[in-house]
Design a protein around this ligand. Sequence first.
Ligand code: X2X
Length: 359
Amino acid sequence: MKKFLLFALMAAFLFASSVPAPAAYKNEYKLDIVPSLTTGWGMGAQYFTDLVKERSSGKINIKVYPNAQLTVGKQTNAFMLLRNGTIDFACQSTINYSPQIPELNLFALPFFMSGQPDRYKALDAITNGRASQLIAKAIEDKGGKFLCFGENGFRELTNSKKEIRKPEDLKGLKMRVVGSPLFLDTFNALGSNPVAMPWSDTMAALQQGTVDGQENPINTFYPLKVYEYNKYVTNWHYMGDPTMFVVNPAVWKSFSAEDQELILKAAKEAAAYQIALARVGIDENDGGKNLEYLKSIGKAPEVTDWSAELQRVDMTVTNLTPEETRKFVELTKPVTEKWRKTIGEELVQAAEADMASVK
Ligand code: X2X
């Protein structure tokens, strides 16, 4: 009897140790974003967490922390906190990770995508092409698991002083930029006076006049009512700003294969939603497809013509002609030359080839 019991115990032990224990899931996973939940960026991130929660029947609970709460406003430290596990998930701009992952400066090369016949096709060519594979690898080599690209949008210029049509108009203007060195180079090259500052301090700085202007996609500055302080917007589309859905690698490994698939699929759907929100009423060549798509998922936006909406809130909207844009491009060429080396020739050339393939 004793022998039998011993045998049964040993068998039970062997069985238990050969079956992997189910991974312990956290009660809450923290997802980092910089702006508010009312921006397209925020709405896309929220949609991702909603889809994951619903499809996992509440088992995977990801919470969006807006307004750079998880980095205490220090948005350019965000990648370090994802890597060390303080942050589990993120939907982040490449700009904020670029101090740690130099390859990500690619997107901020001035007029890189807008120099192409269709800037949105150019951006898509990069985020779906060979360049995107090199970028995913760069992120993974540095300690982040990349899921997919979403979109903040093409970044436009606003200020409180005057209409900007030519580089000379920027002379001496105090422009708030993200604390990433490439931005200082670009705005110095254009003769303005750039001030690096977290987004979380920017509204107060605009209101108090500590800075005269800022650059962000319409979809990101409008919800914060930047138009109350800045009456001039110049649509110069000088850089396309994708977001990246990313995860801490250890957190990623803790999910079952099925759950990984569920999360990846949700991220791709949320990214498609975020991309459509970043373009609807802005991309003049979309033939209405972004609005149609948003309607098809039951998320038709309130604003479908951003130029009209910005004028309605008393902004002077300036669209540059190709000739006017050329002057800005000329002045920022040395910035591109300098930064190509930091980003890496292989990646820049891959992105150029990706863009050329869709012309
Ligand atoms: O800080 C900005 O300008 C913002 C919100 O666009 C980013 O996080 C890059």
